[in-house]
Write a protein that binds this ligand. Structure first.
Ligand code: COA
Length: 289
């Protein structure tokens, strides 16, 4: 039991896949995708891998879901990969089946999430270990309770933080802190996770849901087509030279203007320059006009 974290429970929308190891409830435009093995601290089993892939695939096409929040049932976000069901038992499988499990896991945790068609928020409500870092970094935004505990515990049981855990830590955390926590396996709090850059915000546990809802409400006002291009560009330019990034962003920007179904840039300019109905520095243009 993680002290200070209220237990969370969601219901499952029967029109969506999953419903056992991962459940999903859609409320006011937000799809809450909850890892649902609270008695196992939501450690990631093949069942979670299958349900999470199926639910994320379905939500990407579901107009009710404007923002996707990934969280955990009970008092944990996730205790990382399941040592029994993800590591020990698959070690006896045919290597091809084991490879497929690992690929399908990487698919939902970061390959798909990094470029997901909708904004994503990790809502971290308690323990967050090892493989769960991959989901954190896969999501566009991560919000945690101050009371949560984070750790790359792999070294504590004799492996390196593989999958994409080490890359996830070096992608977000300050270099000294990433190295320290990779080699020590120590835990750190939600507040520290915010200071080290691993999460976007840390708030007291009783404010976690409200914080996530207010971020989601703000994201829902933005042009969804442009928002997706922004996040895709963010990830691509990190591995490019300055010259390549300049060229790519210029081409991506042109692409956006031609493919944006609501021609947002023209609306934004008209509403600011001609109608003087809003200020772009302080909020988004009115998408309903
Ligand atoms: N893999 C497999 N089983 C796990 C697990 C994991 N990553 N994390 C928790 N569980 C299981 C426990 O074995 C236990 O099962 P049981 O009830 O059948 O005995 C159950 O979940 C509850 O765990 P428990 O350790 O009793 O809960 P706790 O609240 O006292 O401690 C943790 C929570 C997260 C600190 C502790 O479970 C833990 O250290 N888990 C492993 C974390 C880890 O190293 N993850 C990285 C994997 S790469």
């Amino acid at each position: 039991m993680k002290d200070g974290n209220p237990a969370q429970q969601f219901t499952h929308d029967p029109t969506l896949p999953g419903g056992k190891d991962v459940i999903c409830e859609i409320r006011d435009g937000i799809a809450f995708v909850s890892l649902n093995r609270p008695e196992k601290r939501n450690c990631i089993s093949p069942g979670i891998v299958n349900d999470a892939n199926a639910i994320l695939d379905a939500l990407e096409k579901d107009d009710r879901a404007k923002v996707v929040v990934i969280t955990g049932s009970g008092d944990s976000f996730s205790a990382g990969q399941d040592l029994k069901e993800y590591f020990r038992e698959p070690a006896k499988w045919h290597p091809v089946d084991r490879e497929r499990l690992h690929y399908n896991n990487s698919r939902w945790q970061w390959r798909k999430l990094l470029y997901y068609g909708k904004p994503t928020i990790a809502m971290v409500n308690g323990w967050c270990f090892g493989g769960a870092f991959q989901v954190l970094v896969g999501c566009d935004i991560a919000v945690t309770a101050d009371e949560s505990s984070f750790g790359m515990s792999e070294i504590n049981w004799g492996i390196i933080p593989a999958g994409i855990v080490t890359k996830s830590a070096t992608y977000t955390m300050t270099p000294r802190k990433a190295m320290y926590y990779i080699i020590s396996g120590d835990t750190f709090s939600g507040k520290e996770a915010e200071q080290y850059g691993l999460v976007t915000f840390s708030v007291p546990a009783d404010q976690l849901m409200e914080k996530v809802k207010s971020i989601a409400a703000n994201l829902m006002k933005k042009n969804p087509h442009v928002l997706r291009s922004c996040k895709v560009a963010y990830h691509y330019v990190r591995d490019m030279s300055w010259d390549m990034a300049g060229e790519y962003l210029s081409a991506k920007s042109d692409q956006n203007k031609f493919t944006d179904p609501e021609a947002g840039a023209a609306k934004g300019m008209t509403q600011f320059l001609d109608e003087k109905s809003y200020r772009p520095g302080l909020g988004a243009y009115d998408r309903t006009k």
